[in-house]
Design a protein around this ligand. Structure first.
Ligand code: GDP
Ligand code: IMO
Ligand code: MG
Length: 425
């Protein structure tokens, strides 16, 4: 049965939440496989806006199972907050949510470390979400100082080890941070309390997913962030700390390679980025501000204004090839309804020659000259359009131009925030 992976192809906030919610209607299981509460995935149902940081964006559908897999770093307070918020909407996740016993746990000292490291970096800061993501993944790799949900089953060994780790983190904080310290016993009590509430969801999710796959269930893997924020293939070091690509979906979920059947890439009709780092097609000044207001481009996690710019087909081609994308979900086409002409970056030039592959070095990407083609705009409203044929001819032309430039077919087009504002092609 199909295992479909949905990934962002830009710098995040492509509209993955909306697309995953839409595809979840015909899925049995939806899985988050990497990242943490740095993600902000928005789903709009009627007049209600729901933003998911850790829960998979399939949770609003009855009969869908939801998995937070091994590849995540989970802040339990945030997760419980999301579970409680859904419960206030009358939605219970009992028996519908599964949390990996191998997922790593985010502690308050990870947020300290994130904040202090960023502050100390001054102008070189990455502009992280300060959710403790980098430090939590560092601890995962360092191993001595990491905790997974399975570690909480043995209370006395958890308390003992946490005491040692907290004393180390307090020393770190004294030296680099603002001197705030933590009492190990209080922290252990707090986390054992979270554990008590989360215990019913904790299990071996990799085994559960293999089981669901063998019994013919349709599995949807939901990427967070975006390919250009991938720790290996993104615009390093201006990236997040996990593998946000389809390549990371197997590792982060524990599904075998042979199960994967399709990969869908989400692309916004223009580009945005939050935080620092190169952004070749960025629009500075009035044009960028106009796009930000029109597209409501403010961070779903931190509320920060997103940097905005033209569609970058060079970066999109790179992301599509890397992920092995089969088809594209194009979002926010309606945001361009009043723009004429629309620019699309089709090449980069560096020191007078065309750049043939996506640069590894941020400082090279920072300096490339984008080459643009101008595409005719349509200056007509599209949010009510439900069939591709009914889009203005220039809007159809823009979609076809993006297909030509990126080499992948566009099969879904989103023309508004709401669930029904989607064109299946
Ligand atoms: P994600 O992180 O990729 O899930 O994206 P975000 O939720 O952070 O940001 C996407 C924003 O665009 C959200 O506010 C969505 O409600 C909104 N959105 C999604 N698709 C569309 C669309 O087609 N048109 C418009 N106007 N807004 C959209
Ligand atoms: P979704 O899932 C946009 C960016 C941060 C920063 C960099 C590192 O909503 O698409 P981190 O806190 O991860 O260490 O920050 O990554 N970033 C995102 N930008 N959307 C996201 O998530 C992001 N998650 C992280 O702004 O530049
Ligand atoms: Mg987002």
């Amino acid at each position: 049965m199909p295992v479909t992976v949905v990934v962002g192809l830009q710098w995040g906030d492509e509209g993955k939440g909306k697309i995953v919610d839409s595809l979840a209607r015909t899925s049995d299981v939806v899985v988050r496989f990497q990242g943490g509460a740095n993600a902000g995935h928005t789903v709009v149902v009627g007049e209600q806006e729901v933003i998911f940081h850790l829960l998979p964006a399939g949770v609003l559908h009855e009969g869908v199972e939801n998995v937070i897999a091994n590849g995540l770093v989970v802040d339990p307070a945030t997760l419980l907050g999301e579970i409680d918020a859904l419960s206030k909407l009358g939605l219970s996740l009992s028996g519908k949510l599964f949390l990996s016993d191998r997922a790593h746990i985010v502690f308050p000292y990870h947020r300290w470390q994130d904040k202090a490291t960023e502050s100390r970096a001054g102008e070189a800061q990455l502009g992280t979400t300060r959710r403790g993501i980098g430090p939590a993944y560092s601890d995962k790799v360092i191993r001595h100082t990491a905790f997974r949900f399975c570690d909480l089953f043995d209370e006395s060994s958890f308390r003992k080890r946490l005491e040692r780790v907290v004393s180390e983190k307090n020393r770190w904080q004294e030296f680099f941070g603002d001197g705030e310290s933590i009492l190990a016993k209080e922290l252990a009590d707090e986390y054992l309390d979270y554990f008590g509430r989360l215990k019913e969801y904790i299990c071996d999710t990799s085994s559960l997913l293999r089981d669901r796959d063998s019994s013919g269930k349709r599995i949807l893997l939901e990427g967070a962030h975006g390919t250009l924020l991938d720790v290996d293939f993104g615009t390093y070091p201006y990236v997040t700390s996990s593998n946000c690509t389809a390549l990371g979906a197997l590792q982060g979920s524990g599904l075998p390679l042979k199960t994967m059947t399709e990969s869908i890439g989400v692309l916004k009709a223009y580009s945005t980025r939050v935080g620092s780092g190169p952004f070749p097609t960025e629009l500075e000044g009035k044009d960028g501000e106009w796009l930000r207001e029109r597209g409501r481009e403010y961070g779903a996690t931190t509320g920060r204004p997103r940097r905005c710019g033209w569609f970058d087909a060079v970066a999109a081609r790179y992301a599509i090839e890397l992920n092995g994308i089969d088809r594209i979900a194009l979002t926010k086409l309606d945001v361009l309804d009043q723009v004429d002409p629309i620019r699309v970056c089709t090449s980069y030039t560096s020191e007078g020659s065309e750049v043939s592959s996506f640069p590894a070095e941020a400082r090279v990407l920072e300096k490339v000259e984008p080459g643009y083609v101008d595409v005719a705009g349509w200056t007509k409203a599209t949010p009510d359009v439900t069939r591709f044929e009914d889009l203005p001819p220039q809007a159809q032309g823009y979609v076809r131009r993006l297909e030509d430039q990126t080499g992948a077919p566009v099969s879904l087009i989103s023309v508004g925030r709401k669930r029904d504002q989607i064109i299946h092609r």
